[in-house]
Ligand binder design. Structure first.
Ligand SMILES: Nc1ncnc2c1ncn2[C@@H]1O[C@H](COP(=O)(O)OP(=O)(O)O)[C@@H](O)[C@H]1O
Ligand SMILES: [Mg+2]
Length: 240
């Protein structure tokens, strides 16, 4: 579904992605791990066309992301993204936050968008918070609201960029559980994460990034139990 070929990305003279080759299949859950600064977030931004690239190609369902002829707004409807800290609109309730984009971007009627939003909020366990404002939600609930907002656009792929990193430890579990649920429903997911147990338990494959290179990729058992690269072994010994 997503095919990345020889992707090169630079910021000025700084080479951040040095020739990434990666295919993600429909329904697959890929976790990306690696040290800070290794290019993980940049990869996600390249995938949804938020960043330009210097060489290579990214295609989603055979649509080339960086082809000037590609309608990025349309392409991005296939992609849901959840960041470390997503600030939902503070003046809108949870329900209004989730219903907003389907109304504006997809032109859905108020009734349809509202019904769908209630369904999405129920799905992430926020049905009791439908009329709450974001400021009245815990960090974990806000992240689940962010997931509901992304899901309301009916994406084909969900990109998560350290969705739990800004949370108090006791709130991490509920967000990971929501991500786990999506994975079990067959959602295609790319999850940049520091949660090694999530990566191990939920992913079909785990990729380790090191200084702009995808150093190693494989099933979690292989990557965690029998890493092939010294860099991967070194990283894992530090995070465990
Ligand atoms: N907009 C930008 N301008 C210049 N340098 C950037 C920009 N975004 C990221 N970088 C640099 O690119 C490298 C990779 O960053 P990033 O993709 O955020 O890494 P990670 O998500 O793995 O921590 C870092 O050295 C970072 O400082
Ligand atoms: Mg990052």
């Amino acid at each position: 579904m997503i095919e990345i070929k020889n992707l090169h990305k630079q910021f000025g003279n700084l080479e951040v992605l040095k020739g990434i080759d990666l295919t993600v299949n429909r329904g697959e859950v890929l976790s990306i791990i690696g040290a800070s600064g290794s290019g993980k977030s940049t990869l996600l931004y390249c995938i949804n066309g938020l960043e330009s690239i210097q060489a290579g190609d990214i295609t989603i369902d055979d649509i080339r992301v960086h082809d000037p002829k590609t309608d990025l707004n349309k392409l991005r409807q296939k992609l849901g993204m959840v960041f470390q800290q997503w600030n939902s609109f503070p003046h809108l309730t949870a329900l209004e936050n989730v219903a907003l984009a389907p109304r504006i971007v997809k032109g859905k009627s108020k009734t349809e968008a509202t019904e769908k939003a209630i369904e999405q909020l129920r799905h992430v366990g926020l049905e009791s918070k439908i009329n709450s404002y974001p400021s009245a939600l815990s960090g974990g609930q806000q992240q689940r609201l962010a997931i509901a907002r992304a899901l309301a656009m009916e994406p084909e792929v969900m990109l998560f960029d350290e969705a739990t990193s800004a949370l108090d430890p006791e709130l991490v579990g509920e967000v990971l559980d929501t991500m786990r649920m999506l994975a079990s429903e067959g959602m295609t997911m790319i999850c940049v994460t520091h949660e090694m147990s999530f990566a191990r338990d939920v992913s079909d494959r785990v990729a380790y990034f090191h200084q702009g290179i995808m150093e190693e990729i494989g099933p979690p058992e292989q990557l965690f139990n029998n890493p092939q690269s010294a860099h991967t072994r070194n990283f894992l010994s530090k995070v465990r």
